[in-house]
Design a protein around this ligand. Structure first.
Ligand code: HEM
Length: 485
């Protein structure tokens, strides 16, 4: 009994000294760090990680180029200066080409994809996948996106006959799940008509993690080597298996019946001489995971701001109707991308509410920060808080104001490089940007053309965010009043 007691006390003492040493990690390396007891990025104060980081940003901006922080005792570096961010994302990419995300090809096949792969594996995959995302390939999928966004307007129309107050976050998710399920898995997913459809169920399952799954995820992201040994799964097993099996079935069906369509499935099948079916399934899964919530988030916050700013909503509607009329009533891929005001509105929404508010890279060899004596050690992750840059009054005057004019041709020239990063930057930026823009713009266009959006009693003003969501997420949905025009 006494020996168990001594082991227990020794363990406590060891942990105490380890934590003390850990909390001093950055001080010893010469970096400033917020507080003396480590830093939990605001989570303990009920804030989201990007809001917690924003507090540090405001305290340290102008004093240093980067500070040291701790993600639950794991040291990370937080670059503040846009010039340093440019070095990390682009100029000195050879030091920062990885994200250091957990993936395990054997135990969790859907985790090994472009977003998580490292080094040469990532480089080879990115080179082979890039031709799938060209403007020409996106144009091939335009008709499908057009059809599904018409369906969104049609079904919403029927629903407003019963009630004109709707959670537009849920409608946006139904649209992107239908759309991406269709192009990445080749199926009519029926999410818009039936919110209990399997694609909606598993799409939401990827985000609505149970507390134990959140802990597992944080553990795997911070201690990937140990997680690999323990064969941890980073995605819920039921959702991972669903997407994997669905892709495999479509893959076999298309092969056997020689079917080629204008979608991601056929483009991925074009790579079957280079990758195994499981590797291709992981990429189809990523297209869904990366494109579903990002684009629906963009749609959700755009509708919110348009509801709060009726003059901007009217101006946008005017552009849409006039330009389509001038084009003989036809909406084409080219016209969608020529609508300047729509583009300005979307960019302003991405600025105020970047769907992925924090970017990260892993330092793969010691990196001396230019113009300082500080060195980021190999193995440390750099967290770039896009939210802070987008809300810094030095870069965007009166940042809480929704003002699409910031992105007019003339004004956008004055935006400081590396302060507007909704799709990331450099060699590892978002490969699906064009598709994300196409589907979000198309849906917003159809919704604004057919409906008027305004705030209702349930609309959250000012906006509040969910604390533990991986994307920027409104608390309790996005309730708006929807009326036919
Ligand atoms: C509005 C919609 C979207 C937003 C805001 C968005 C944003 C981002 C961001 C911020 C990154 C990280 C970039 C970096 O670290 O520098 C990223 C990476 C990525 N995105 Fe997107 N994304 C969107 C839509 C999509 C779609 C529709 C797809 C797929 C069809 C996609 C596929 C990817 C992939 C594969 C990566 C990883 C690229 C790599 O590491 O090489 N994204 N996205």
């Amino acid at each position: 009994m006494a020996s168990i007691f001594y082991i227990f006390v020794s363990l406590i003492v060891l942990i105490y000294f380890w934590l003390r040493k850990r909390n001093n990690y950055w001080n010893e390396k010469g970096f400033l760090q917020p507080g003396t007891k480590g830093s939990f990025m605001g989570v303990t104060k009920g804030k989201t990680p990007f809001q917690g980081l924003d507090d540090y940003y405001k305290s340290f901006k102008g004093k240093v180029k980067a500070i040291g922080i701790y993600q639950f005792f794991v040291p990370s570096v937080f670059p503040i200066d846009p010039d340093l961010i440019k070095h990390i994302l682009m100029k000195d990419f050879s030091h920062f080409h990885d994200r250091g995300m957990y993936h395990n090809k054997e135990a969790d096949p859907t985790s090994a994809h472009l977003l998580s792969l490292d080094g040469q594996d990532w480089r080879d995959r990115r080179t082979k996948m890039s031709p799938i995302f060209t403007s020409g390939k996106m144009k091939m999928m335009f008709e499908n996106v057009d059809r599904i966004s018409d369906k969104l307007a049609e079904v919403l129309q029927k629903n407003i006959e019963t009630s004109n107050v709707h959670d537009m976050k849920r409608w946006s998710q139904k649209f992107t799940a239908d759309n991406i399920g269709n192009v990445a898995f080749g199926l009519e997913c029926n999410c818009i008509e039936d919110e209990h459809s399997v694609f909606m169920k598993y799409g939401r399952r990827l985000l609505d993690l149970k507390p134990f799954e959140i802990i597992k995820f944080i553990f795997a992201m911070n201690l990937p080597y140990l997680a690999r040994v323990l064969k941890v799964r980073s995605n819920p097993k039921d959702a991972g298996d669903f997407f994997l099996n669905t892709f495999m079935q479509t893959f076999e069906y298309r092969q056997t019946n020689n079917i080629v369509r204008n979608d991601f499935v056929s483009l991925l099948l074009g790579l079957k001489h280079l990758y195994t079916p499981l590797e291709l399934a992981a990429e189809a899964f990523l297209v869904f995971a990366a494109g579903y919530e990002t684009s629906s988030t963009l749609m959700t916050f755009t509708l919110y701001e348009l509801a709060l700013n009726q003059d901007i909503q009217d101006k946008l509607r005017e552009e849409i109707t006039t330009r389509i009329e001038e084009n003989d009533g036809k909406l084409t891929y080219e016209l969608l991308f020529e609508l300047k005001y729509l583009d300005m509105v979307i960019n302003e929404s991405l600025r105020k509410y970047p769907p992925i508010p924090i970017l990260f890279r892993k330092c793969v060899k010691d990196y001396k920060i230019p113009g300082t004596d500080l060195t980021i050690p190999k193995g440390i992750k750099a967290l770039i808080n896009v939210y802070s840059l987008h809300h810094d009054p030095e870069y965007f005057t009166d940042p809480s104001k929704f003002d699409p004019e910031r992105f007019s041709d003339e004004n956008s020239k004055t935006i400081k490089p590396f302060t507007f990063l909704p799709f990331g930057e450099g060699q590892r930026n978002c490969i699906g940007m064009r598709f994300g823009q196409m589907q979000s713009k198309m849906a917003i266009l159809k919704l604004i053309k057919n409906f008027k959006f305004s705030p209702c009693e349930k609309t959250l003003i000012p906006m509040e965010f969910e604390t533990f969501a991986p994307f920027i997420t409104p608390k309790e949905g996005m309730w708006l009043k929807v009326e036919e025009r």
